[in-house]
Design a protein around this ligand. Structure first.
Ligand code: NAP
Ligand code: MG
Length: 402
C-alpha cells in the first residue's frame, strides 16, 4: 500500500513520562507505516522546556496559529517536587495554560464510546461534549475574611475618577466576601469557539448559567451568547439543522441526565470544572476522554484529557510491564489528521483517521484492552494486554481494514 501524503505540516508537541512513551509507539506502529507524516516537531518535554526557558512552548503555540492544527502529548505541570526531580531553573507554568492564553481558546472534552464500557447513565448512547470557559469568575477572585461588623461595597472607579458604588452587605459580625469579574471580550471568544465547534461537529449547542439569580453577571453571558448567535451564526445553524439554546443550569443538569447525548454543553468556568469531572466519571474512565482546544478564529489543538500517567512511567523505568491506555492519545492524532485532511482536502487522510478510530473501538469490543478498561468492562471475554501488545493488536485490526 502506498503511504498517504500530507501537504501542510501538523504541529507536533511531544511531552513527558508514560505518554511520551506512548507517543513514540503510536507513531511507529499506527502512523508512520501508513502516512507520510509531515509534522513540525516541538519538544515540550520538561527537560527541553527548562533548557529553552520555556520558549519552546510559546513557539509551538505560535506555530499552531500559523498552521491551524496541532497535536499535543500530555506534559508535566511543574510543582515543587518536579523542580527538584528535574533540577529546574524555575517552576515553569503549565504548557496548556500558556498555549490556551496565546490561542484564546476554549477546551472541548468528549468521551470515546465503546460497547462493553457502559456509562452509568443508561440512556447516554452518544458522547456529551463539555465546553468550559477558561477565564475569570472564582479562578481570578479577590477574597476577604470579614473579622467583625462593618459595611462592604463594590466600588468601580472610572479612569476620570467618577465612582459607582453598590452595597454588598452590612455585616453585624464576622463573615466572608468575594469579588469576581469577567470580560466581554473573553465571553465573546468563548461563544464563538462554541458556535464554531458546534458547526464543525454538527451538534446542538446548549449553554447554561444562573441568570435568574445573577441578573447582571450571568445575564451578560446569556446576552452575549444570544447576540453573537443571532449576528453571526443563526443562519449557518439553520442550514445544518442544528440548534442553539440557553437554559438555566439546574434545568440543564436534569435534561443532560435524561438525554441520549450527542450535543455540546457550554459551561461557565466553575460549572465546567465540576461538570467535566462528573461526565468523565459517568462515562467510565478518564483514560477515554479526548480534549481539543479551539480558538475563536478556528485553530485546533488536540490532546488526551489525562496527564502523563506518572505512576505507570516509574514502573516502566524499573523495567516492569505497564498497561497504559493509549486510546485518548491515538484519538488526539486522528482528530488532528482528520482536521488537516479537511482543511487540505486530502480525503484519504480523513478516511485513514476514521479507520484508525474504528480499529481502536473494534479491538476493545473484541475483548482486547488495557487493564483500566478490563477492570470496568461488562464484556464476558476479556484479554487484558500490556501497553505494547494492545497497540500491536490495534495495528492488526487496522491492517485488516485497509
Ligand atoms: P494522570 O496522568 O491523568 O493519571 C492519574 C491516574 O489515572 C493514573 O495514575 C492512572 O491510574 C489513571 N490513568 C490516567 N490516564 C491513564 C491511561 N491512559 N491509562 C491507564 N490509566 C490512566 O494524572 P496525575 O498522575 O495526577 O498527573 C501526572 C502528571 O500529568 C502531572 O505532572 C500533571 O502535571 C500532568 N498533567 C498533564 C495534563 C496535560 O498535559 N494535559 C493533564 C493533567 C495532568 P492508576 O495509577 O490507578 O493506574
Ligand atoms: Mg476539576
Amino acid at each position: 500500500m502506498e503511504k498517504i501524503k500530507m501537504t501542510t505540516p501538523l504541529v507536533e508537541m511531544d511531552g513527558d513520562e508514560m505518554t511520551r512513551v506512548l507517543w513514540k509507539l503510536i507513531k511507529e506502529e499506527l502512523l508512520i507505516p501508513f502516512v507520510e507524516l509531515k509534522t513540525e516537531y516541538y519538544d515540550l518535554g520538561l527537560e527541553y522546556r527548562n533548557e529553552t526557558d520555556d520558549a519552546v512552548t510559546v513557539d509551538s503555540a505560535l506555530a499552531t496559529k500559523k498552521y491551524g492544527v496541532a497535536v499535543k502529548c500530555a506534559t508535566i505541570t511543574p510543582n515543587a517536587d518536579r523542580v527538584k526531580e528535574y533540577n529546574l531553573k524555575e517552576m515553569w507554568k503549565s504548557p496548556n495554560g500558556t498555549i490556551r492564553a496565546l490561542l484564546d481558546g476554549t477546551v472541548f472534552r468528549a468521551p470515546i464510546i465503546v460497547k462493553g464500557i457502559e456509562p452509568y447513565v443508561r440512556n447516554w448512547v452518544k458522547p456529551i461534549t463539555i465546553a468550559r470557559h477558561a477565564y475569570g469568575d472564582i479562578y481570578k477572585a479577590a477574597e476577604i475574611k470579614i473579622p467583625e461588623a462593618g459595611k462592604c461595597e463594590l466600588v468601580y472607579t472610572k479612569e476620570n475618577g467618577e465612582e459607582v458604588r453598590e452595597l454588598i452587605h452590612e455585616f453585624k459580625g464576622p463573615g466572608i466576601l468575594q469579588g469576581i469579574h469577567n470580560l466581554n471580550s473573553s465571553i465573546e471568544s468563548f461563544a464563538r469557539s462554541c458556535f464554531n465547534f458546534a458547526l464543525d461537529t454538527r451538534q446542538d449547542l446548549w449553554f447554561s448559567s444562573k441568570d435568574t439569580i445573577s441578573k447582571k453577571y450571568d445575564h451578560t453571558f446569556k446576552d452575549i451568547f444570544q447576540e453573537v448567535y443571532e449576528k453571526e451564526y443563526a443562519e449557518k445553524f439553520q442550514a445544518l439543522g442544528i440548534e442553539y439554546f440557553y437554559t438555566l443550569i439546574d434545568d440543564a443538569v436534569a435534561r443532560v441526565i435524561r438525554s441520549n447525548g450527542g450535543f455540546i454543553w457550554a459551561c461557565k468556568n466553575y460549572d465546567g470544572d465540576v461538570m467535566s469531572d462528573m461526565l468523565a466519571t459517568a462515562f467510565g474512565s478518564l483514560s477515554m476522554m479526548t480534549s481539543v482546544l479551539v480558538s475563536p478564529d478556528g485553530k485546533y489543538e488536540y490532546e488526551a484529557a489525562h496527564g502523563t500517567v506518572q505512576r505507570h512511567y516509574y514502573k516502566h523505568l524499573k523495567g516492569e510491564e505497564t498497561s497504559t491506555n493509549p486510546l485518548a492519545t491515538i484519538f488526539a492524532w486522528t482528530g488532528a489528521l482528520r482536521k488537516r485532511g479537511e482543511l487540505d482536502q486530502i480525503h484519504e487522510l480523513c478516511v485513514f483517521a476514521d479507520k484508525l478510530e474504528k480499529a481502536c473501538i473494534d479491538t476493545v469490543e473484541s475483548g482486547k484492552m488495557t487493564k483500566d478498561l478490563a477492570l470496568i468492562t461488562n464484556l464476558s471475554y476479556v484479554e487484558s494486554l500490556n501497553t505494547e501488545d494492545f497497540i500491536k493488536a490495534i495495528r492488526s485490526t487496522l491492517e485488516a481494514s485497509l
